[in-house]
Design a binder for this molecule. Sequence first.
Ligand code: NAD
Ligand code: MG
Length: 394
Amino acid sequence: MRSISIFGATGSIGEQTVDLLERAGGADSYRVVALTGGRNVTRLAEMARALRAEVAVCAEASELPELRERLAGSGIEAAAGPEAIAEAADRPADWVMSSIVGAAGLAPGFRALRHGATLALANKESLVTAGPLLMAEAARHGARILPVDSEHSAIFQALVGEDIAAVERIILTASGGALRNWPLEALAKATVKEALAHPNWAMGQRITIDSASMFNKALEVIETREFFGVAPDQVEVIIHPESLIHSMVGYRDGAVMAHMGAPDMRHSIGYALNWPDRAHLPVARLDLAQIATLTFRAPDLERYPALRLAREVMARRGLSGAAFNAAKEVALDHFLAGGIGFMQMAEVVERVLAALDGELSRDIGQMTLEDVQAMDHLARVRAGEIAGVVAGAR
Ligand code: NAD
Ligand code: MG
């Protein structure tokens, strides 16, 4: 029986992973090792019981008594805190879903690769902040990483049986997010609620805002460069409002392979779960006659400064991905809290990159996870200060 762990089980990706496991027979078909969650211990305990997990871990020590109480009599171990989450990743499992949001998802992924697990990677921040390290860790331990982000799953699928050397370009599609039809001048006044009204995908709150600002696409451009090992100028972005083509791979003979499907993350999660097989999945089938038209437009870099910043990060590499991601997370927190405006998120990130300019370059071969974590910390501090200044000047 295949053994499975899910890091971030109570989130949007985690829940959909649990849904697929349950549809495929749950605890009768898989041996579930570890499930981790954040604050929602009620749901964590419920899924741990349903899937008969060996251990359930929540992020906060203060929630541990409640988690214990909810698991009483089940024989399921309970633990709490970042170290307990990382330790849960040391427990061997054949397939590990990395779906914690943010930089907190880094450590468990690295630890799972060390015992050779197949890592289903939803946590794009791992590749953005520590891509070269993560890929090297997988290679060192003969472990495989399977992309879960829909674009990267699409690219991965469009590459099956092909030689990466024959790839000319990779074209990432972007929905454009909730504000894609707003006039540029209006964007500065966009509220959290408005930015959360995503037209196509139902996702976690943070990634939905990142979708409207295209910070999500910026992270994905970097993710593409790191995961597939292509050059930065081989990665393109196109706005495709219907979100039915999940990305494309262009080959040197001019052929473009597009991956299509309903916008449902259970497709890419299910592909990673069943790889290299394809299992029946509960996603809607496309009715192309009904859809009739697909549209595309080039992204306007004035509306989406995050895309421009991603290019800088790719040119720079080293610790700039860690700084970019951390600054983006802090800027997002400030936007969510009402401190800064929608367009000021990019302003904060740009200013953080400029402030840390002298400290971002690193020889990839010499870089360590500790360097990444230190930069993550430093960039958060700087971003907090800069967001305060930007908010004050508003
Ligand atoms: P989410 O916010 O819905 O869930 C995140 C999970 O991580 C939850 O279980 C939460 O409890 C846990 N968590 C949060 N902070 C934590 C911390 N400090 N320590 C431990 N656990 C913590 O997020 P999501 O939308 O499921 O996204 C998860 C990851 O997948 C992100 O990296 C995101 O970019 C990526 N992703 C998501 C989607 C999507 O459709 N939701 C699509 C592509 C990629
Ligand atoms: Mg995506």
